[in-house]
Design a protein around this ligand. Structure first.
Ligand code: ZN
Ligand code: ZN
Length: 124
């Protein structure tokens, strides 16, 4: 028994209910009315117009990861590190490394206390 095809639509062979198109990675489509399982292969040859662009998902994933990374350890404050604040003694501060002087002199790390927002710098 196979599903009835009308144009790009598939109907349940048992109860005639319109079946939804399978999502990416789904091998079967279940009828909402009678729970009949229709193999997704029945849809082969049917053009799924709602199908997303192949690149849409990976780029969305990349975008998400980029956003999370930015929020987690960079952003405006810098990276959260274990550093004692000289002003209040708090043990966590945001650090930002900056190359202000010439390369052979090393860099300067700017710290901002995550508790009192006191800022200080350390030369490497
Ligand atoms: Zn059905
Ligand atoms: Zn502090």
């Amino acid at each position: 028994m196979s599903a009835h095809k009308i144009g790009s639509l598939l109907f349940c062979p048992k109860c005639g209910t319109l079946l939804v198109l399978p999502k990416d990675g789904e091998s079967t489509v279940v009828c909402e009315q009678c729970n009949h399982e229709e193999p997704a292969t029945s849809y082969e040859g049917i053009e799924i117009t709602t199908h997303s662009h192949p690149d849409a998902f990976p780029s969305a994933l990349r975008q998400k990861r980029k956003t999370q990374t930015k929020r987690h350890d960079t952003g405006d404050h810098g990276t959260l590190v274990s550093e004692k604040c000289p002003a209040c003694g708090h043990l966590q501060a945001y650090s930002k490394e900056m190359q202000l002087r010439s390369a052979d002199e090393g860099s300067t790390i700017f710290y901002t206390c995550s508790s009192c927002k006191h800022g200080w710098r350390v030369n490497n």
